[in-house]
Design a protein around this ligand. Structure first.
Ligand code: ADP
Ligand code: MG
Length: 340
């Protein structure tokens, strides 16, 4: 195993006690939230990488942390998994405080890093057994659990194949298997589907769904694929270290409007000036201006009489989470929060 990966793994399990045969005591009885953060912040010198965020994730929930590169997603995960100490604020995972009781937190969590933590020269089974040794799992239990996960992830035929010879999707699946080997209560997945083709991405989501069903695990995931995030129970959008929108995907999409009207033309300023009085501020992207349409019974034919020769195309569609993301990031939606 590459030294940095080994060190990371060792760091994650260091000073944790052996994993018990039965499910470990979770501390969840002390808190209905699998995860809770209040005013959590991480500063690197002048940079406020995470600038005071509040999170609340229920037990068994699939929570999506979304946002552009550099918005603070990985840093948030590092604080919640005790790999880095918050500058300000507090957080509990499975009922344990990340600062006061990091050892207990580590016992409850699984972490799949943005970059693979596997040794490409070792086989699938060897990688899992090695991880089990680091988790100090008894050998019999490690074997049992490895077999179980290879079955869940359809990797039984690849058991003795070096990880370096697997497809990207299979390798990612082994990474996830490695992260849940010790039956964590809370799993952190940092961009697990990055670089995967659509088929492999779908397969990985099916594995995650199965894990949730069979092990009632709470999952916090970061992803750039917003169509994936739509499957989350709850999402939070981060931008420059702050949460700018939060809620169920359904709520956020509904709040955006009944429709999005895309109007294409060579001069987006002109389109904006022409239609903004009617629909409110538009969002300019790639040669088109998008408008939010609140009316459920809106018909595009009503606009036809007004079409000017400079308009090349008009397209009326239902909004999705991509729209929510773009409107939030461009500051056109204001802070959106369910229940407030
Ligand atoms: N160890 C570090 N030292 C200094 N700056 C850091 C460190 N880790 C992350 N950052 C900075 O913090 C910001 C947030 O990074 P990160 O949490 O990795 O974002 P994301 O995962 O959303 O892409 C970025 O500007 C990044 O450059
Ligand atoms: Mg990241």
């Amino acid at each position: 195993m590459a030294l940095p990966a080994l060190l990371r793994t060792a760091k994650a399990v260091l000073s944790s006690e052996p994993v018990r045969q039965s499910l470990p005591e979770t501390g969840l009885e002390r808190s209905a939230n699998a995860l809770r953060a209040q005013g959590l912040a991480k500063h690197f010198g002048e940079l406020k990488a995470v600038d005071g965020i509040d999170l609340q994730v229920g037990q068994g929930e699939l929570f999506g942390l979304l946002g552009p590169n550099g918005s603070g997603k990985t840093t948030t995960i590092h604080m919640l998994t005790t790999l880095t100490r918050p500058t300000l604020g507090s957080a509990t995972v499975a009922g344990f405080d990340v600062c006061a009781d990091p050892v207990s937190v580590r016992r409850q969590i699984g972490l799949v890093f943005q970059e693979s933590a596997l040794d490409r020269n070792l086989t699938v089974a060897e990688n899992l057994h090695f991880a089990a040794a680091l988790y100090m799992m008894p050998l019999a239990l490690a074997r049992l659990r490895t077999n179980e996960l290879l079955r869940v992830f359809n990797l039984e035929a690849k058991r003795d194949v070096p990880v370096g010879r697997l497809s990207g999707g299979m390798r990612r699946a082994v990474d996830v298997a490695r992260g849940v080997l010790h039956r964590p209560r809370v799993l952190f997945l940092d961009e697990p589907t990055l670089g995967l083709d659509p088929i492999n991405r779908q397969a990985l989501w099916q594995f995650i769904a199965r894990l949730r069903r069979e092990e009632q695990i709470t999952v916090l995931i970061t992803t750039h694929y917003l169509e994936e995030a739509t499957a989350c129970d709850q999402v939070a959008f981060l931008n420059a270290g702050r949460i700018i929108g939060r809620g169920t995907p359904g709520y956020l999409i509904k709040e955006l409007g009944a429709y999005v009207l895309d109007i294409e033309g060579p001069d987006s300023d002109q389109i904006a000036a022409r239609f903004e009085p009617r629909f409110g501020a538009g969002l300019k992207t790639h040669g088109k201006v998008s408008f939010r349409v609140a009316e459920e019974h809106f018909s595009i034919s009503r606009l036809e009489a007004e079409i000017d020769p400079r308009v090349q195309a008009m397209h009326l569609r239902r909004p999705d989470l991509n729209d929510v993301y773009l409107w939030l990031i461009h500051g056109r939606l204001g802070h959106k929060e369910q229940g407030s």
